[in-house]
Design a protein around this ligand. Structure first.
Ligand SMILES: CC(C)(COP(=O)(O)OP(=O)(O)OC[C@H]1O[C@@H](n2cnc3c(N)ncnc32)[C@H](O)[C@@H]1OP(=O)(O)O)[C@@H](O)C(=O)NCCC(=O)NCCS
Length: 152
């Protein structure tokens, strides 16, 4: 943590390989973000190894470094074969609720989509207005002595 520079560098972030991709990495990162909100530090930097870029991207990190270079240059070590990534912490988000909130949003969206699909796929009674129009056209044709194509 570099409080004077307003950022923290994430290093040696690892989850035991027997329990990877079970959500522990996300859990860890969300708690770390909440901790940093309390300390009013809103930027994370990390040198992501090639294999970890996917994980950091899902945690909100991007290759687009929005932090001015003079704030971190000389403070963090430049690793070879690793990509510098930045994550800005949003003080409005409660990160420890993030997973449950996004899961609820997914359920709501699925529910609305299913409801709409049911409505679209359901068989509707035909529109009566067209038969009324046809009858009127037939009457007009007869009145004006025009031959009806149905009678040809
Ligand atoms: C990177 C690491 C910490 C992630 O921890 P984890 O507990 O496996 O992560 P999670 O289960 O929370 O996964 C979160 C998301 O990232 C994805 N993810 C995890 N590891 C990934 C990887 N190596 N590549 C691409 N995506 C990955 C998961 O599929 C998951 O995606 P989803 O949200 O769409 O379901 C862990 O894989 C690890 O210890 N790797 C080895 C050490 C390392 O590379 N550390 C980074 C230092 S640069």
């Amino acid at each position: 943590m570099f409080p004077t520079q307003g950022f923290t560098e994430i290093v040696f972030c690892a989850v035991n390989c027997s329990v990877q991709v079970l959500g522990y990495g996300t859990y860890m990162m969300n708690h770390l973000k909440e901790y940093h909100k309390k300390h009013e530090i809103y930027h994370f930097l990390t040198f992501a190894a090639k294999d970890a870029i996917g994980y950091f991207t899902r945690q909100g990190f991007t290759k687009d470094i929005k932090l001015p270079k003079h704030l971190y240059e000389g403070y963090i070590k430049d690793y070879e074969d690793a990509m510098l990534m930045h994550c800005e912490i949003d003080k409005r988000i409660v990160y420890t609720h993030f997973v449950s909130v996004t899961q609820s949003q997914k359920h709501i969206i699925n529910y609305i989509t299913e409801q709409k699909l049911e409505r679209v796929q359901g068989v509707q009674p035909g529109l009566k207005c067209f038969s009324e129009v046809k009858r009127t056209v037939k009457y007009c044709r007869k009145y004006q002595n025009i031959r009806d194509p149905d009678d040809l």
